[in-house]
Design a protein around this ligand. Structure first.
Ligand SMILES: NC(=O)c1ccc[n+]([C@@H]2O[C@H](COP(=O)([O-])OP(=O)(O)OC[C@H]3O[C@@H](n4cnc5c(N)ncnc54)[C@H](O)[C@@H]3O)[C@@H](O)[C@H]2O)c1
Ligand SMILES: [Zn+2]
Length: 360
């Protein structure tokens, strides 16, 4: 029985459907909740040291109580988890622990652990079920939902992976309490993004203050992502692309910032400022809505300008982007807050102008 305050979003993908459960304190009920979707078994709990320190013990205890036999599998922290080098020892740990094709994986951590653990689950014995237990705001509103798993290559991020949907997603917003404040604020950029592309009320809620009720906001973001993924599970249409609002320029800004530069969400904030400018010029976004977008971003301490921006460098990185090589530029633009679409309207010079405008 779920407590009445548990929020639930269902991702409807036929035989791959799964629930997303959201409530403070859910980590301690993870075993019982998981047992409704995964037959209790030998299970790998994939996480990294800084996350394990806070949350591994309660998760392991909860899994044991529900009849699972949990084996912690530690991967390197952060982006270092997403490498081939990290996969092999983790897979060996799983084999040594006696996991087999009836086993399962629990991903405990941010998007990096989640992406790597999801790929481990896709690869081990040609695929075992897994649960996402996200502990960063970014992972709660974005990466834990949708079944994209990946590791990086020296040639680029997320170049190797698999679509492998989780069997369930368990979100305990109280775990955000230990998250670094800058990380938390950066992820608010993604929430603003969801508001711009599909929910004006969510946008207003985030634009006017610091969210105090995370569960409701996370739930709304998960709903939006779930509806997008349901319509375009394998990213073959233009629908999943809408989630990239602010990301085309944002990724280039992130890369141009280099090591110790922008966090992903901060770069996306700048990317959204540029996308809002393009939208105002080429998609009839009103000047008033453009400034409301900037105000919402600034309100959360996120950047709306980058005086040191090297526009030639950002442009060069964008041109090398795999999504751009295939010819025409495609941008996600918004004609009003709450709606976005893919456009081929902006020309090269328009995009370069929007990037340059980020300097002042
Ligand atoms: N699969 C997808 O659809 C998808 C979508 C968006 C992003 N991503 C991926 O997500 C990754 C980024 O994820 P992220 O932003 O969560 O970063 P992250 O996973 O690297 O975590 C950031 C840091 O926060 C720490 N941390 C995590 N939870 C914590 C907690 N509750 N308390 C204290 N510290 C905590 C981690 O140890 C880490 O050092 C990228 O690799 C990106 O490619 C994937
Ligand atoms: Zn993002």
């Amino acid at each position: 029985m779920l407590h009445h305050s548990v929020q639930r979003v269902d991702v409807e993908l036929g035989p791959r459907s799964y629930p997303i459960l959201i409530a403070d304190g859910l980590l301690r009920q993870a075993g019982r909740l998981a047992a409704e979707k995964i037959v209790p078994c030998q299970a790998a709990v994939v996480t990294s040291q800084p996350i394990a320190r806070h949350y591994l013990d309660p998760l392991v205890a909860s899994l044991r109580d529900a009849g699972f036999d949990p084996h912690p599998v530690l991967v390197p922290d952060g982006e270092a988890a997403k490498s081939f080098a990290a996969l092999e020892p983790a897979l060996s740990d799983m084999a040594r622990a006696g996991l087999d094709r009836r086993s399962a994986v629990f991903a405990l951590g941010g998007g990096a652990v989640g992406d790597a653990a999801g790929l481990l689950a896709a690869l081990f014995m040609r695929g075992v079920p897994y649960a996402q237990i996200p502990t960063t705001l970014l992972a709660m509103v974005d990466s834990s939902v949708g079944g994209k798993t990946a590791v990086n290559l020296p040639q680029g991020k997320n170049l190797v992976g698999a679509f492998h949907q989780p069997a369930l997603v368990i979100i305990d917003p109280s775990t955000l309490a230990t998250l670094d404040d800058r990380e938390l604020r950066a992820s608010v950029a993604e929430i603003i993004k969801y508001g711009i592309i599909s929910d004006a009320a969510l946008f207003d809620q985030v634009a006017t203050g610091r969210p105090s009720e995370w569960a409701a906001i996370i739930r709304r973001c998960c709903e939006i992502k779930a509806r997008v993924v349901e319509q375009d599970e394998f990213e073959r249409k233009d629908i999943r692309a809408l989630l990239n609002f602010g990301h085309t320029i944002g990724h280039a800004v992130e890369a141009a910032g280099g090591y110790g530069g922008w966090l992903h969400g901060e770069a996306v904030a700048l990317g959204m400022v540029a996308a809002a400018r393009l939208s105002q010029r080429h998609a009839n976004l009103s000047a008033d809505e453009e400034s409301r977008i900037l105000a919402a971003i600034a309100r959360h301490g996120l950047p709306v300008r980058w005086p040191e921006l090297d526009e030639a460098k950002v442009w060069e990185i964008m041109r090398r982007d795999k999504k751009f090589r295939a010819g025409r530029m495609r941008f996600v633009l918004s004609d009003h807050i709450g709606h976005a679409f893919v456009s081929e309207n902006p020309q090269e010079q328009d995009v370069r102008d929007a990037i340059a405008a980020l300097r002042h």
